[in-house]
Design a protein around this ligand. Structure first.
Ligand code: SF4
Ligand code: SF4
Length: 176
């Protein structure tokens, strides 16, 4: 599968419960589409010994391929699995938020391609005003670690499902 800057996690869990003669479903399943969150406090940037990761004025976090020496320190720190090592180019890579498209006033490719219009982009404050501030929940880490520039509208069952044993159903697809 190679380098995958965006991966879709399939989360599932729960069980059926018997009440009298009836079986009541208590199962949950939802998807989270995840790439680099261009964090406000990018832990990957702090980890890079060669200052190859920079956060631009517009908030986009980019890797300077001329400075990257492929040591993978950053990969170990990102709690979102966003960093993907390119074994052919021998450099670390990740979602650039299609920075070149943004400069031309165009939407990032993932936003343009999603047939269900699930993905949006823009100024974080505007997105939060429209969609709220939820950006945690399994399998995401606590927001405090990197302050991700991310807003999620959770599936109606996702907050309820946090109390039960959840697992990633497609580990092979989303592994680093
Ligand atoms: S999601 Fe990971 S790679 Fe992207 S800015 Fe945050 S810590 Fe860095
Ligand atoms: S792999 Fe590249 S970007 Fe990551 S820590 Fe090493 S030099 Fe920095």
């Amino acid at each position: 599968m190679g380098v995958r800057w965006r991966r879709v996690y399939e989360v599932c869990g729960g069980d059926w419960k018997k009440e009298g003669n009836a079986w009541i479903p208590g199962v949950y399943a939802y998807h989270i589409s995840l790439a680099c969150n261009h964090c406000e406090d990018p832990i990957c940037m702090d980890a890079c010994p060669n200052k190859a990761i920079v956060k631009k004025e517009n908030g986009v976090v980019l890797i300077d391929y001329d400075r990257c020496m492929g040591c993978k320190y950053c990969e170990w720190t990102c709690p979102y699995g966003a960093l993907q090592f390119d074994p052919e180019k021998r450099v670390m890579t990740k979602c650039t938020l299609c920075a070149d498209y943004l400069e031309d006033g165009k939407a990032p490719s993932c936003v343009a391609a999603c047939p269900m219009r699930v993905l949006h982009y823009g100024d974080l404050e505007d997105l939060e005003a429209k969609h709220g501030k939820y950006n945690e929940g399994f399998p995401l880490p606590k927001e405090k670690y990197t302050k991700p520039a991310l807003v999620i509208t959770p599936h109606r069952d996702a907050p309820k499902a946090q109390d039960i044993l959840l697992q990633i159903a497609n580990k092979e697809e989303v592994k680093k």
